[in-house]
Design a protein around this ligand. Structure first.
Ligand code: PMP
Length: 482
């Protein structure tokens, strides 16, 4: 076999180039908030494998639960027989659902597959075809999920046509069954960074009204799919009034509201689910990532009154609801409750916002950080223009933080971009800062087509590690700006 030192080069030759990568070398170990590479490098991991290892790497309770299950029953295939971890998981999840009406579960392996299942269910429940999604949305890489993904062209370029209406003859020139409206993010409406949340929400909801009047009739529209916090599109929380507005439109027209909490769910925003803040009841809720803390599992939850209409055999998948993944997910939930993880999210979130806002309002850096926003430990930092206009910062950006996690803040400075959307910015700022952070020992990711760094630290990150992460980030920003 290949000697370890050559294994990386072997990988470079034989692993598909279609995968991007932010670090060189081979990761060999993960423990808590830290990962180690084969050459001894250690990193503070503020990526969590893109929002997955929310309880840190190799959480002992989760790993033990999976190991124990491995010795008991690895796989049953759920169309052959239910197994105990599947049912124990439902027992744990029922009480934390954003609404008690969400009481019928289907587990799958990945977020994309769960999105596919949600779209399939919405079409079946409504007997309609079309889906409305958000500009900037990310829902996955399978064809249906890719069709409602609007965050970057790289995910689908060269692979069109995507999902099409099932009308004969089925050709590439048929109208796609997917429509989109702006997410209430200032970029999407080409508005200034300090545009009030209510204006952005009103604009997006107005576009939805127009869409339903001009392009897809309600009677043809099966579902609206939305991330309560836009993830791959820029780490932007939706204002509650936007989600409430979507709910109203769905109620009025019998459209299913699909809420995708793959990235923002399971405590990431300080609530079990991000949609809870708005009080909105999804018809279908999609989850994955943090559910299994690294063991592949996703879920689709809806109401029994709806799912009872599904024909047995219409849903399924070989590994759907794998026993080891379900056992791990049960342990994740137990650990989060016993370790008061949601409380830790609030505490660390306040520290993170304080540190980032201090940087934002540091006159020596101003105006390189244009926006600091998020909920809990799902926080985006957007870099902006250095061309300052004199108009004052009348409103804080709506996305800064929830009232519950209001950090001590410094007074706002005059800070604005000459371009209304703030699109004129120092080039590649986000990726340069991320690269610098990695050089200094912290894994961190950018997101979206804008200049955004995303913070997704473990939900149980310690005070010391949060401080270290903020320090590395601040030093990196200063060095890149210099
Ligand atoms: N939905 C959202 C909101 C996501 O963030 C992701 C993954 N980044 C997905 C769906 C797709 O999940 P997966 O990669 O597990 O297929």
């Amino acid at each position: 076999s290949t000697p370890t030192e050559d294994l990386h080069d072997f990988g470079v030759r034989h692993v598909t180039k279609g995968l991007g990568r932010i670090t060189e070398g081979i990761m060999t170990k993960g423990a808590g908030s830290w990962v180690t590479y084969d050459d001894g490098r250690k990193y503070l991991d503020f990526t969590c494998g893109i929002g997955v290892t929310n309880l840190g790497h190799a959480h002992p309770r989760v790993s033990k639960a999976a190991a124990d299950q491995c010795m008991q029953l690895v796989h049953s295939q759920c169309s052959i027989s239910l197994h105990e971890p599947y049912l124990r998981l439902i027992e744990r999840l029922l009480p934390i659902m954003p609404d008690p009406s969400l009481d019928s579960f289907f587990f799958w392996n990945s977020g994309s597959e769960a999105v596919e299942a949600a779209i399939k269910m919405a079409r079946w429940f409504t007997k309609r075809q079309n889906i409305i999604c958000m500009q900037g949305a990310y829902h996955g890489r399978t064809f249906g999920a890719m069709a409602v993904t609007k965050s970057k062209t790289i995910y689908s370029a060269g692979t069109h046509p995507l999902m099409v209406q099932h009308i004969a003859p089925l050709t590439a020139i048929n109208k796609p069954g997917v429509f989109s409206i702006p997410y209430p993010y200032w970029h999407q409406s080409n508005m200034p960074v300090n545009t009030p949340a209510s204006v952005l929400a009103d604009n997006a909801l107005y576009q939805l009204d127009l869409l339903l009047a001009q392009q897809t009739a309600p009677a043809d529209t099966a579902a609206i799919i939305v991330e309560p916090v836009l993830g791959e599109g820029g780490y932007v929380p939706a204002p509650p009034e936007f989600l409430q507005g979507l709910r109203k439109v769905c109620n009025k027209h019998g459209i299913m509201l699909i809420v995708d909490e793959v990235q923002c769910g399971f405590g990431r925003t300080g609530n079990w689910f991000a949609v809870t803040e708005s009080g909105v009841k999804p018809d279908i809720l999609v989850m994955a990532k943090g559910l299994g803390n690294g063991f592949p599992i996703s879920g689709v939850v809806s109401r029994r009154e709806l799912t009872d209409k599904l024909k047995p055999g219409s849903m399924g998948g070989t590994y759907a609801g794998n026993a080891v993944s379900c056992a791990a997910a049960v342990a994740v939930n137990e650990a989060m409750v016993e370790e008061n993880t949601l409380e830790n999210v609030q505490l660390r979130s306040n520290e993170l916002f304080s540190a980032l806002n201090a940087l934002k309002y540091d006159p020596t850096l101003n105006p390189h950080i244009l926006d600091v926003r998020g909920r809990g430990l799902m926080v985006g930092v957007e870099f902006g223009s250095s061309s300052v206009s004199s108009h004052s910062h009348a409103h804080e950006p709506f996305t800064t933080h929830s009232a519950a996690s209001l950090p001590p803040d410094t007074p706002p400075h005059s800070q604005h971009s000459a371009h209304p959307s703030g699109a004129k910015h120092p080039k590649n700022m986000a990726s340069r800062v991320a690269k610098k952070c990695i050089e200094k020992g912290m894994l961190i990711l950018t997101t979206s087509v804008y200049e955004v760094i995303r913070f997704i630290p473990p939900l149980n990150v310690s005070k010391e590690d949060m401080k270290a992460g903020c320090q590395i980030f601040a030093e990196s920003v200063r060095e890149v700006v210099r």
